[in-house]
Design a protein around this ligand. Sequence first.
Ligand SMILES: *Cc1c(COP(=O)(O)O)cnc(C)c1O
Length: 418
Amino acid sequence: MENTIEGNKELNTSTITVGGVYNLLCDSINNEDNRSVVRLGRVDPTDNPLFRTTTVALDAITRAVHSYNFNCYPPTLGLLEAKSAVADHLSSNLPHKLSAEDVFLTIGGTQAIDIILPSVSRPGANILLPKPGYPHYDLRATRSLLEIRHYDLLPKRGWEVDLDSLEALADENTVAIVIISPSSPCGNVFTYEQLKRVAEIASKLGIFVISDEVYAHVAFGSKPFVPMGEFSSIVPVITIGSLSKRWFIPGWRIGWLAICDPHGIFKKSGVVTKIIENLEITSDPPTIVQLVCTLQAAIPEILKKTTEDFHSNNLMILREVANIFYEGCEEIPCLTCPHKPDGAMVTMVEIDLSQLEGIVDDVQFCTKLAKEESVILYPGVAVGLKNWLRFSLAVDASDLKDGLSRIKAFSLRHAKMS
Ligand SMILES: *Cc1c(COP(=O)(O)O)cnc(C)c1O
């Protein structure tokens, strides 16, 4: 029992990783019926064969390798040209321009989280995290001795931040609020007004904003993506970025963190010094390796030469997948999608357990679904919302259709007789 997800009593967001849940569900698959496995759980854009990175990225790497110039040990704080390129890339959408020294290259967005959370931590501190959210924050906050306080994202209001609860949650020991924009796992794009309100409240509370923009510009509905750095004159903001999702190269592990802080508050508070220390020396094995020099050398070309067509075509594909997903969900009586996804590559759906016989919660739903239908879906509890499901939209449209029809068959089979 211990190795199965149902036997895992410790299943909560501060002790699990997304990868851990994924592995446990894969173990539940019944290998005896030779059915193809439909993976709608993990968010890896390379799961959709249409999501191939641009040749600009491949050429940039090849050129860097063939130049022999980047076989050196990488500089600890990142290659200057790469940092400048990221600063330029971000500045094109910001009122306050960033420079290379505001940017630190990291091993994916993940290492940025690993570096930032301990850098803002101090004895007795707490941090505001979204619910539902991205479990790596909960994990890293716990390890950084930050007390976690969750604020709600409101499904009935298109997953807006529950602004009213923020002030009640925070106290004099609150150091920061994390916002994931566009939202993983909800799949919504926050409006300019929403983000501005978050900035204003954070400013009033005297806390920093950490804005996870790993899905920056992945907005395929009517609302445009607004970077939190837009409001950095109101409140100091650290943004997290990555090429993993938007360029479909999660395996390259290219990410960054950027300090958007025209008033120099982070510097004064010592957070920047801590970030540098944590990048330079860390006893934590996963963070000890620096992003290899060749990859850093490719960043300027990737950011500057990727065409608009590449991005707009990908948004079109995501829009189509989101439509298929939303329509497919409406056909499944026990599932409700409160908000048609219009950003990021992932979304949440509520299970109405009262319609089902013999299924007590989301974990059991997912385990039985894996066993009976070879479909892998994420239980909402893994991202902080019990009895919901997390769907990846970074999947092949025909896999999605197949998966949804298996889920429909599953839920009809388990429906309560009325
Ligand atoms: C994928 C993801 C990350 C991690 O990014 P990598 O570049 O893959 O390390 C961080 N935050 C969110 C919200 C993500 O979806």
